[in-house]
Design a protein around this ligand. Structure first.
Ligand code: SIN
Length: 282
C-alpha cells in the first residue's frame, strides 16, 4: 500500500490496496487505521466492493448506526443512503461545514463513504483538520475557550425544515447534546476545536470574565461561537476530493469537519455512508 499525501495539513490517498482485503487482513487493517489517525481522511479509487464488504470493512472500526432522518439501505442497516436527484428537496445540510451527528451524546468515530454515482463534474467533498484549527488559534482565544461547553442540536438543523409536530418529536427522541468546545482525541491525545453547524450556543459562557454587560452574554457569545465555527472555512486546513464511481473516503469524525459541495444540480449523486459509533467527547 502506498500513502500519498494530498495537502500539507490533511488527507492522503491510499494506492494499490483493496479495502475488501482489509476485512480479513489484520496487518493491512492496522496500517489503514494508523494512516487514518495520521492523515484524518483517506481516499481510494476503484473500490469494486459489495455493500456487504463495505459494511464489513467499516465494522472493523466498531458497530455502525443508522441516521434518524437520512434512511439506510433496506438490506444493509447502518449503510446510510445519501441520494440526490434533480427533484430532491433542499432540506438536508451536507453543504455546511459539519462534524457528523454531534447532536448525539456520542457522535460517530468516523465514516466510510463510497460513491455509487456522481456527476462528471461537481459534487466534490471537502474536509478540514480541526486539530490544526485549534492549534493555530491565538493564545488568548485558547485561554478563553478552555473549559467552555456548547449545545448541539438535531432540532435546529435537520428539524428546521420539518413541520412543528415532527420537529418536536425528533427533538424528544434526540435531545440536544452538550460537548466540550475543545475535545481531546481519545487515540492521539490531540486537542480538537469541536463546534460546527450543529452547535447552537455555549452553555457556560456566563462568567465574570466574559460578561460585563448583558450585551456580552448571548450576543457576545454568539460572535465568539461564529468565529470558532468559521475556522473550518480556512483553506490551509482543508483538502478537496473529486469523486468518481467507486471512490471511497474514510474519515476520522473526531478531528475533522466536512462539506459536500452542492454545485451539480440537476444531476444525480448517490453516496453510501457507513457511520461508526463513537464515544462521548471529553
Ligand atoms: C456527509 O456529509 O456525511 C456526506 C458527504 C458527501 O455526501 O460527500
Amino acid at each position: 500500500m502506498r500513502v500519498e499525501q494530498l495537502s500539507c495539513n490533511i488527507g492522503a490517498e491510499l494506492v494499490a490496496v483493496n479495502l475488501s482485503d482489509a476485512v480479513h487482513d489484520d496487518g493491512l487493517f492496522s496500517e489503514i487505521r494508523a494512516a487514518l489517525l495520521k492523515h484524518k481522511v483517506l481516499f481510494l479509487r476503484d473500490q469494486e466492493f459489495s455493500r456487504a464488504e463495505h459494511v464489513a470493512f467499516a465494522e472493523r472500526f466498531g458497530k455502525l448506526e443508522d441516521h434518524p432522518v437520512a434512511g439506510s439501505h433496506p438490506e444493509y442497516p447502518g449503510l446510510v443512503q445519501i441520494y440526490k436527484s434533480p427533484d430532491s428537496p433542499i432540506d438536508r445540510y451536507e453543504n455546511a461545514w459539519h462534524t457528523d451527528a454531534t447532536w448525539r451524546e456520542a457522535p460517530p468515530l468516523g465514516c466510510v463513504l463510497r460513491c455509487v454515482e456522481c456527476p462528471d463534474v461537481g459534487g466534490d467533498t471537502m474536509w478540514a483538520n480541526m486539530a490544526v484549527a485549534y492549534e493555530m488559534l491565538p493564545g488568548h482565544i485558547k485561554a478563553q475557550i478552555a473549559g467552555l461547553r456548547a449545545r448541539h442540536s438535531i432540532e435546529a438543523s435537520f428539524g428546521a425544515a420539518m413541520p412543528t409536530e415532527k420537529r418536536l418529536a425528533l427533538k424528544a427522541q434526540y435531545p440536544d447534546a452538550e460537548h466540550p468546545v475543545v475535545r481531546t482525541h481519545p487515540d492521539t491525545g490531540e486537542k480538537v476545536l469541536f463546534v460546527n453547524a450543529f452547535t447552537t450556543h455555549f452553555t457556560n459562557f456566563h462568567t465574570k470574565e466574559n460578561v460585563r454587560f448583558g450585551q456580552d452574554a448571548n450576543p457576545g457569545a454568539a460572535l465568539l461561537l461564529n468565529y470558532l465555527i468559521s475556522q473550518a472555512f480556512i483553506p490551509e486546513y482543508q483538502v478537496r476530493w473529486r469523486w468518481k464511481r467507486n471512490s471511497v473516503a474514510i474519515w476520522d469524525n473526531r478531528s475533522t469537519q466536512h462539506y459536500a459541495v452542492m454545485d451539480y444540480s440537476p444531476c444525480h449523486r448517490r453516496m453510501e455512508r457507513a457511520g461508526i459509533i463513537g464515544d462521548k467527547p471529553f
